[in-house]
Structure formats: structure tokens, C-alpha cells
Design a protein around this ligand. Structure first.
Ligand code: SF4
Length: 456
């Protein structure tokens, strides 16, 4: 078992029995569920909308090379610049170069999982560049020295009392501050930072090939400020975020809002096709297109469907495993069912293959996904890949091969009595079965014996 898998098991055990954690997650997810139920009422035919979205993403992925070039051509024509990054290190180097050229010492950021993926904050801080998260949830986890817990709700694991205590500790605010007081405090604090920052870094919910622009959706307006105030706007986007046309947004924006937060539409939806215009024309907009393992996943004819993901987070919220073990146990940027599908491909199969097994395969994730990604089937494909590429342990392969042989042969299966079979079961499977459930037992008499006795 890899070190990461051992750590995963250890943390999963710990978090699953942490009652306080469970209480907070259950409360926050129950609020989400109520909102989603309401949000879905805007649809007469939700299934049709989901199928249309799935078809568009499928078509886009099949011709991603064409759409990427179209995006670059149109965005460059608009006055922007496109940089291509094959992996995380390259993306960081490109961004560093841009910031150093402009002698920028401070950047403001809006929420972006892609920048988490390339560990942008840590890398910029190492080079003496201050980064400030401006999304409320991201600001809270940054202040606490933590990573986002959830791809849409970074501070989902904190109650409002936890947040008030954190702000009291860091800023000496009232330890019983209300959510409104905390929000007002941050708003004042950030306003100056937006004006001082040399660059604003955002993600993109969608890349729009036909107009050469990005679509950014958010609830707080901090993304808009990050784009508008600083003289450089840097966008970090995975290549899979592509949509063929700006007209596709009328389908994707409501789907993302409803499944992400239960809103009919997110509050601020921006389409940006170039740098903000000022008299001196000194602003720049740069889009860094990130591969970082996505092409590898695109090569797989079935698993590539995972690249359709619009990062709404719905599959995390319905997943019984995620709700029990929490976001941090995954030890990866993308968590929950979608994280378990893509991380072994985007990172390393050897280190992250165990995530594909962290699922009950109940199919709730597949059912809820707004772009119809067959998540539980993709988890099975990942599992099959770990076997066909021999990522499993030799002892496991030995046991599976011989068990298959025995189970497929009635004579071999009935060769030994129940006592011997139970002993074998205990010896070979007890540790995998875990100590919290009772190992099944073979009946004293086999089905064959009973059949013969009762029909003689
Ligand atoms: S896999 Fe589907 S449900 Fe999960 S985050 Fe992506 S789009 Fe949402």
C-alpha cells in the first residue's frame, strides 16, 4: 500500500468518528439540499437540459484541439495573450515571469481550484510575492492556514462560531461577531487591497471559443474587482473548460448555479474578452491554458468524460463517503467522486489509485451530475485499470486469481469443508474486510450438499 493510501485510511478512520465534524458537514449540506430543491424548480425538463449539456461537452472534447486554436486566435485578436502550460511547474514559471517583469509584489485572487492545483499561492509566496484570497470562503481558509475543504464551499467544515473565533484571534474582532459583521469587516479590509495589488488572478468557469473570451461566475463581486482594478489580469484555466460558443452559456450558467449552490443564477456573471480599457492602454489580460495531465485523460476514450466536469460540487454533497471522511482526507485538490476519478490520472496512478476504491458505488454522484458524467462507472474503469496495469500488490493478484479459479469451479469450491473455508477467509480477507464488521461465514453444508439431500 502506498504511503498516501495508508494516510488516507488513517485519516478516514479518524474523521468518520469525529462527531463535531459530522454535525457541521450535515448541517451545511442540509442547507445546500434545501436550496437545490428550490433552484431545480426553475426547470420544466431538467433531464433534457442535462443531456444537452452533456452532448455539448462531449462534442467539445472530441474536437478540443480545434476549439483551443479558435480560442487562442480570437482572444489574441481581442488584444489578449495566451500562454500554454504543459504542467503545473510551467504554469507557475510563466506567471512568475509576468509578475517579475512588471515588478509586482502583491496579487489579489478570486476563487480558483486551478490555481490550487498548481499550488500558486505557496509558489508565489516563496518568491516574495504576497497573495491575497478575496473570496470569503477562500479568505477564511487562507487565514486559518488551510486548504479549501470543498471545491465550491472552501470553508464548509467551519461553523459561523469557528469563523468568529478565527477573526477574533487574527484581527481582535468581537469573538461573537455575526456573519454580517464579519462580511462587512472583510469588505473594508479588501477594498484597499484591490487598489494596491499589481495583478489580479482569477480562474475561468468557461472558455468561449467563438468570441475568444472567458466566463466567470461568482456571488461576491470580488472576481470583478480582481479583474478591474489591477493593471494585469491573469486567468489560469484548464484546457477542458472550453465551450464552443458564448450562446452555450444560457444552458451552462443556470445548470452550474442550480447544482453548485441552489440558485437560479449566480449573482455576478461576467464575460471578459480582453483587458480593461483605460486612456493609457496599460492594462493586460493573459490566459494561461493548463494541461497538467488533462491530455493524458483525454486519450482514454471512456474516462475522458470526466473532463466534462463544470466543478459544481454536487457530486461531493451527495456522496456518502465524502460526507463521512471529509474533504481533507483525500489529500488532493479535487475531492469527492470527481476527485477520485480524475486525480489518479492527473497526478499519479501509483499514489492515488486508492481513491477509486473510496466509493460505495451507490451511483448518487452519477444521478446528480448536471453534465451526466457516469462517475461510478468511471471509478470502476479506474479500478480495472489498476488491475490491468498491475498497480495492485502481488499478494492481492495471487488471491484474486486463485479465488476466481475456485469460485468458477464447483468441484474445487466444494473440495474443502466449511471449517477450512472459514479459516481461509479469515487468513486471506479479514484485514481487508476491516475490524468494524463481522466477516461472513460459510454455512456448514454447501448448496450442493443440501440439494442432494433434499432431492434424494
Ligand atoms: S462531476 Fe458532475 S456533479 Fe461532480 S463537480 Fe463535476 S459537474 Fe458537478
Amino acid at each position: 500500500m502506498s504511503e498516501k493510501a495508508l494516510l488516507f485510511n488513517k485519516n478516514a478512520e479518524k474523521v468518520a468518528f469525529d462527531k463535531e465534524h459530522r454535525q457541521k458537514i450535515n448541517f451545511n449540506i442540509s442547507q445546500y439540499e434545501k436550496a437545490v430543491e428550490k433552484g431545480k424548480q426553475q426547470y420544466d425538463q431538467l433531464e433534457t437540459a442535462k443531456q444537452r449539456a452533456s452532448n455539448i461537452k462531449h462534442k467539445t472534447l472530441a474536437q478540443l484541439d480545434k476549439y483551443l486554436v479558435e480560442f487562442e486566435t480570437n482572444f489574441t485578436r481581442n488584444g489578449g495573450k495566451v500562454l500554454w502550460a504543459r504542467h503545473a511547474e510551467e504554469a507557475v514559471t510563466l506567471i512568475m515571469k509576468l509578475l517579475k517583469n512588471e515588478k509586482i509584489k502583491k496579487v489579489v485572487k478570486s476563487k480558483s481550484m486551478t490555481t490550487e492545483e498548481i499550488k500558486l499561492n505557496e509558489n508565489l509566496e516563496k518568491q516574495g510575492i504576497q497573495t491575497l484570497e478575496t473570496d470569503l470562503g477562500e479568505f477564511i481558509v487562507q487565514l486559518a492556514g488551510e486548504k479549501p475543504y470543498h471545491i465550491v464551499t472552501p470553508a464548509m467544515h467551519k461553523s459561523k462560531e469557528d469563523v468568529a473565533a478565527l477573526f477574533h484571534q487574527k484581527f481582535d474582532t468581537d469573538s461573537e461577531s455575526t456573519a454580517e459583521q464579519i462580511t462587512a469587516f472583510i469588505r473594508n479590509l479588501l477594498r484597499e487591497e484591490f487598489q494596491e495589488a499589481g495583478a489580479g488572478i482569477t480562474g475561468a468557469n468557461f472558455l468561449l471559443a467563438d468570441i475568444g473570451g472567458i466566463a466567470l461566475t461568482e456571488n461576491e463581486g470580488n472576481g470583478l474587482m480582481s479583474m478591474a482594478f489591477p493593471k494585469i489580469h491573469i486567468v489560469v484555466a484548464g484546457i477542458e473548460k472550453m465551450l464552443p460558443s458564448v450562446e452555450d452559456l444560457d444552458l451552462f450558467w443556470p445548470l452550474l448555479a442550480t447544482h453548485g449552490t441552489g440558485q437560479t443564477m449566480t449573482v455576478y456573471n461576467s464575460i471578459v474578452t480582453g483587458a480593461s480599457r483605460n486612456l493609457e492602454n496599460t492594462s493586460q489580460m493573459v490566459v494561461v491554458l493548463l494541461d497538467n495531465g488533462r491530455s493524458k485523460l483525454l486519450e482514454k476514450s471512456r474516462q475522458r468524460a470526466a473532463l466534462s466536469c463544470i466543478r459544481c460540487g454536487a457530486c461531493l454533497n451527495v456522496c456518502p463517503v465524502y460526507k463521512n471522511i471529509g474533504g481533507y482526507t483525500y489529500d488532493s485538490t479535487y475531492t469527492g467522486p470527481i476527485g477520485s476519478v480524475i486525480t489518479p490520472h492527473m497526478q499519479d496512478m501509483k499514489d492515488y489509485k486508492h481513491l477509486s476504491f473510496a466509493s460505495s458505488l451507490c451511483g448518487a454522484c452519477t444521478e446528480v451530475c448536471p453534465v451526466k458524467i457516469p462517475l461510478h462507472e468511471l471509478l470502476l474503469l479506474n479500478r480495472a485499470q489498476t488491475v490491468s496495469e498491475a498497480w495492485t500488490l502481488p499478494a492481492e493478484r495471487f488471491v484474486m486469481k486463485n479465488s476466481t479459479r475456485v469460485l468458477n469451479n464447483r468441484k474445487l469450491l466444494d473440495f474443502a469443508g466449511a471449517g477450512t473455508k472459514n479459516m481461509m477467509l479469515k487468513y486471506f480477507f479479514a484485514s481487508q474486510w476491516g475490524n468494524r464488521r463481522t466477516l461472513p461465514k460459510f454455512a456448514k453444508k454447501s448448496f450442493n450438499q443440501l440439494w442432494r439431500e433434499q432431492n434424494s
